[in-house]
Structure formats: C-alpha cells, structure tokens
Design a binder for this molecule. Structure first.
Ligand code: FE2
Length: 280
C-alpha cells in the first residue's frame, strides 16, 4: 500500500484525497516544458476550438470529439478579440492539451506511468486500472476560464461507474490563480447529467437527470503546492473559478476507469481499435 488506511477513509468520506509532495518539482517542470513544446508546434489554423464545460460551446465540435486518441490543443474561450486576433501570445492562449498524451508522448507517458501511481490506483479500489484520458490544463493568466461545477462521471461513463481523477498541481494553486474547489462528501449523490456523443458521431449532447443546482456554499478551496496530487472520485462535484491573476496555474490530470467495466459506445471519448486502453 502506498497510502494509509486513514487516507483511504478520508477519501471515502470526502470524495477526494490530497497527497502532498507526490511529484518532484523537477518532474513538474519537465512536464510543463514538454507542454510548451507541443504548443509551440501547434498551428492555430488547424482548428479554432474553444473548450468550456458549457455544453453549447462544445456542441458539434468535431475537433474535440475526435481528440480522444490524439494530442490536440484547445484555446481558452476568452483567447480572441472580436476581430479574431489573439489577445495574448499563442503560448498564453491555450486552455488545454488533450486527450491521449499519456499514450502518444514519451514525456507524458513517463510522468503518467510510475509504480507509485499504479499502487495508489489499487489503493483507491481499482483492480485493473486503465488510463482513459489525459489533459494538460494551463489556466492562463487573465483569461483562464471558469470550469463550472460538475462530476467527472457526467463526461466519462462506465457500467458500473468507475471513473476517478488523478489531478496534479504543476504550480502552486491558490484562490488567486483559480485553484480547484470541491464539495466534501458530494460524491454520495448520484450523477446529475450525462454528456454523450450524438448519434451522428459529430457532436455531443447533454442529458439532465437532476437540474437542482449544486450547493455551492459547501464548496471548499483546494489550495495546494506544486507536486501535490489530488485523487477525485468520479461523482465528486468540483469546479474552478476563472484565473484573473497575472500568473498561470498549470495542472495535469488523468482519468482512470476499471478495465473490467463496460465502456458504452455513446461516450464522447472514443479511441481507434488500434489504440486500446492501457494501464500502468
Ligand atoms: Fe473535472
């Protein structure tokens, strides 16, 4: 066991677990550097795609829907002036890179697959963990957009439900630069909505099961130092406010699912049969 029985109890109680100093500062910097290289080679005219958790913005966005087995860059929603020019340099305009760096990029692969992470996955209940997706999140200065309160199980569905997030702070995350917030114990409520691939295969849709708002007064800030990993239960309500500060809030996140669970074809994220999911 890498984590203690007490930590497992905390995870079961709160729906999240903060593990400080899990990753070295150097490993954080290596990943940040690799992300900047990916952005450097990215040609914005490839696609102008904007990522927010707001379903309308994503709707019919093929660039997004086809990114499950690729490495693609997505702009911040507020990246552009009305005339279509970028407000800030390209490297300060990307919201995130997704969604298969852990399989396609050796630097991300190295970061994502370590004996410690494999052990933690087992400790939090996985029998046969598979890394379903990876995202490098920039949360850019001034324009880093809000991510509204959501459960990851809305976006990544298995039967039975099994998704968990491994979220890494690559820089100190504070309320000032848009740290994550979560509702402790909120993972005991069922999934409130389902994000799915349209039958045409080109867009996405949202089905709402329960439209009562989250009790946002119960949100607590997860202010953490670089090198901290937060394990997130798939049903945990979490969000982050916009980053209006002058500094970035770089983070890396992976979502794991149980290999034996059923993965419906209507999930937005689909991979080519030549790229089956792998574990650690
Ligand atoms: Fe999330």
């Amino acid at each position: 066991m890498f984590i203690t029985q007490e930590q497992i109890q905390l995870f079961e109680r709160d729906g999240f677990l903060v593990l400080e100093d899990l990753v070295s500062q150097e490993a954080c910097n290596v990943l940040r550097h690799r992300a900047s290289e990916i952005v450097e080679t990215f040609d914005p005219s490839e696609s102008v795609s904007i990522f927010t958790t707001n379903e309308q913005t994503r709707f019919s966005d093929r660039y997004f829907v086809e990114s499950g087995d690729k490495i693609r860059c997505f702009f911040e929603e507020e990246a552009f002036e009305e005339n279509g020019e970028l407000k800030q340099p390209k490297e300060l305009s990307i919201n995130k890179i997704g969604h298969a760096m852990h399989d396609l990029d050796p630097v991300f692969d190295n970061f994502s697959r370590t004996p410690e992470l494999a052990e933690i996955a087992k400790d939090v209940g996985f029998k046969d963990p598979r890394i379903l997706q990876s995202m490098f999140i920039f949360k850019q200065p001034h324009i880093g957009g809000e991510v509204v309160c959501h459960q990851d199980a809305t976006f990544l569905h298995t039967e039975p439900l099994s998704v968990k997030g491994f979220w890494f702070a690559l820089e100190d995350a504070t309320q000032e630069n848009g740290c994550m917030w979560a509702i402790p114990g909120g993972h005991r409520s069922p999934v409130k909505s389902r994000f799915f691939r349209s039958e045409s295969g080109e867009g996405t849709e949202m089905e709402i099961f329960d439209d009562t708002p989250w009790e946002e007064s119960k949100l607590v800030p997860l202010e953490v130092k670089a090198g901290t990993m937060v394990v997130l239960h798939g049903l945990l309500p979490h969000m982050s406010f916009a980053n209006r500060s002058a500094r970035t809030r770089h983070a890396y996140t992976m979502h794991l699912i149980e290999g034996t669970a059923d993965y419906p074809e209507w999930n937005w994220l689909q991979r080519s049969p030549e790229m089956p999911l792998r574990g650690f």
